[in-house]
Write a protein that binds this ligand. Structure first.
Ligand code: ZN
Length: 413
């Protein structure tokens, strides 16, 4: 009888996986250094000339490259310069949050070409939610261009491997919803799913504040506190897709009970609802963090105290994160960051004073560059990343847009 693989044996990597890794290295170098020659790519990536030639041929056959002769004549012949074909097709990025569905259409470089937003109530039926999602995506697609894939960010927890929304808190009946299978069937293209903060981390890594960093921690400060840790070109997930959940690290051992069952989690102290609850308790007439900002600028001591407490809790959490993960960069995003302009510099100052000198010296703490688009652009980045790891699987048989599409007026953004 055939025996199954014992789980304790480490698994090797077969040639297709090694090839996919190398291909993504070549594509990243190409996008950063273009226009570039074949020998330039070999120098930049450390791959042999033969490997580069093979990959360039493959990418060329899929219409992912544009070759132009260099104007510099060298001994013998002019080298050909390669650029990435950003117009190979469209990719859609979607964010489903507790208040809206937001979709963007992007080219292959992460450039936003169109955006559609609709109000969304997760408490209405899942069926209604799915058809709204389908409608929003349908509205943002340009019917004249090949559609290559769809990325989606939703509140966690998710099973990103299987594309399942597991059951986010305050998200109505959304439990074990096979979202990517549904969307793939509706639109006939591959679809990928991730937790909204992990998607945003990916967005910042590829198109935002973290473009030059290999190790990055993104923290989203809004109705919840989410985070995503990027190592190299991947999201680090841990054994149960919970790595980087700094919103549920214990900051106050006797603090309020959290939805996760623990006490004094960071989220119970610095999420926007927690902050506004404290403001109400103190009798402040503030609806949102921007109102608190105004009150503190007017010198209201209660508002100033609330903010100071939030900075204290957040800086403690960031010191812990720096000591746990040693990221090169921490990117802060979300409503709180946009409402309190001094938050990022204040935290950077406090963290510097509290972590190991040699650790805090080099970690940069910056504000998100992508703002409200972080998750949708991250969803685009996730889709593009998957497509480019195995472009043949998605692009074979999908014709590149010909000159005919170029003369059509672009759709209104
Ligand atoms: Zn918790």
């Amino acid at each position: 009888m055939k025996q199954g693989k014992p789980r304790s044996i480490r698994q090797g990597r077969n040639l297709p996986e090694v090839r996919a890794d190398n291909l993504s290295v070549v594509l990243e170098a190409l996008q950063k250094l273009q226009p570039i020659s074949r020998s330039g790519l070999a120098d930049a990536t450390g791959l042999t000339a033969a490997t580069i030639t093979h990959m360039v041929d493959e990418l060329g056959s899929l219409d992912l490259l544009i070759e132009t002769p260099s104007s510099e004549r060298q001994v013998g012949r002019r080298p050909t310069l390669l650029t990435f074909n950003h117009d190979r097709g469209q990719v859609i990025g979607v964010e489903v949050s507790r208040s809206q569905v937001r979709a963007i259409r992007s080219d292959f470089s992460g450039r936003i070409l169109a955006r559609v937003e609709r109000p969304f109530q997760p408490t209405s039926s899942v069926r209604k939610g799915l058809s709204l999602l389908q409608e929003v995506i349908g509205d943002v697609i340009d019917g004249r261009l090949p559609l290559l894939g769809i990325g989606v960010g939703v509140p966690g927890p998710v099973n990103s491997d299987k594309g399942i929304v597991l059951g986010p808190p305050n998200f109505g009946g959304w439990r074990n919803v096979e979202l990517t299978a549904y969307l793939s069937e509706q639109f006939g293209v591959p679809c990928w799913l991730d937790d909204d903060a992990k998607a945003a981390a990916f967005g910042e890594r590829w198109y935002g504040a973290g473009r030059s960093e290999e190790t990055l921690l993104y923290i989203s400060l809004r109705s919840g506190v989410g985070a995503g840790l990027i190592v190299g070109d991947r999201v680090y997930r841990g054994a149960h897709e919970l790595a980087g959940e700094i919103g549920h690290t214990t900051i106050h051992v006797d603090g309020p009970i959290c939805e996760c069952g623990n006490r004094g989690c960071l989220e119970t102290l610095v999420s926007v609802p927690a902050i506004m609850q404290e403001a109400r308790r103190l009798g402040l007439s503030a609806e949102n963090p921007a109102d608190l900002q105004r009150l503190s600028a007017e010198g209201d001591l209660r508002a100033l105290n609330i903010k100071d407490r939030v900075f204290t809790y957040l800086s403690a959490a960031l010191v812990n994160a720096v000591n746990h993960y040693d990221p090169a960069l921490i990117v802060l995003g979300g409503q709180l960051v946009r409402s309190w302009p001094e938050l990022t510099t204040e935290l950077a100052e406090r963290v510097k004073g509290r972590s190991f000198g040699y650790l805090s010296k080099d970690v940069r703490i910056v504000e998100s560059l992508l703002g409200e688009d972080a998750t949708t652009l991250g969803a685009v980045a996730i889709a593009i990343h998957h497509i480019l790891r195995d472009p043949r699987a998605v692009l074979t048989g999908v014709a590149a847009p010909g000159p005919a599409s170029a003369v059509l007026a672009p759709a209104a953004p």
